[in-house]
Design a protein around this ligand. Structure first.
Ligand code: ADP
Ligand code: MG
Length: 213
């Protein structure tokens, strides 16, 4: 489907479904190296986004949907992830601009802005074992796909695959940011929960883009 406001709303609904389905898995990942609340935080945040879409209806543009998500995630997710995802979606909303649909270049711009927002807010570098380790390879894979003339759904699929590879890469890392960094070397040998939720969000984007294509 075209990456219009209806797609962006579908993306948020699919993200909410993925958070509900993976709630326990994200809780367990966060129990290993954090405080076991990431699944609860993300499920609460995205179900609030869906509720807001249900009451307000679908906004005009993809940018408007991303802004609604940003505001809602910022106020409902809490923890470290709330402000990080809130900033990501807010920057993504700005990058999407007034366009009624996102083309491949706009998808790359949106994902890049989201990643840059997370880095600006959390100051994590690649290799610090955070969600940045999923977002950065996602952005790179998306840019490579767009440069090779891939369509918007393929660019999102590339991003999701890049994020998934990045998630796997967090396992051996020692956390240098966030709660997991308190564990020092004991944080190695576990996947980062925020990188795992990032994969779910980008997979939801790709799956909804592919629907009816
Ligand atoms: P909290 O750590 O406050 O309990 P969550 O459990 O909801 O918050 O989120 C934890 C996730 O947030 C981590 O797995 C990591 O991916 C991400 N995170 C934490 N601190 C940072 C940071 N400074 N930069 C980027 N991501 C971070
Ligand atoms: Mg936590």
């Amino acid at each position: 489907m075209a990456l219009d406001a209806a797609w962006a709303a579908d993306w948020m609904r699919a993200s909410a479904a993925a958070m509900a389905e993976n709630r326990q898995r994200l809780i367990d990942l966060d129990r290993d190296i954090g405080d076991a609340d990431h699944g609860e935080n993300m499920d609460r945040g995205f179900s609030a986004v869906v509720q807001k879409l249900d009451t307000d209806g679908i906004p005009q543009t993809p940018s408007d949907v991303l802004k609604l998500a940003a505001m809602t995630l910022m106020s409902k997710v809490g923890g470290a992830a709330g402000p990080l995802y809130g900033t990501a979606f807010l920057r993504a909303s700005t990058a999407a601009g007034p366009a009624p649909e996102l083309d491949p270049a706009a998808v790359v711009a949106v994902l890049t802005a989201a990643r840059d927002g997370i880095v600006a807010r959390g100051k994590a570098e690649i290799g610090d074992k955070t969600m940045v380790d999923a977002w950065t390879p996602a952005v790179e894979a998306a840019a490579t796909a767009a440069a090779a003339q891939a369509g918007p759904a393929e660019v999102l699929a590339a991003a999701a695959n890049g994020a998934d590879a990045g998630l796997a890469g967090t396992e051996p890392l020692i956390a240098r940011k966030g709660r997991a960094s308190y564990l020092g070397e004991r944080s190695a040998g576990h996947l980062d929960p925020g990188a795992a939720s990032t994969v779910l969000i980008l997979q939801a984007a790709a799956q909804t883009a592919k629907a009816d294509a």
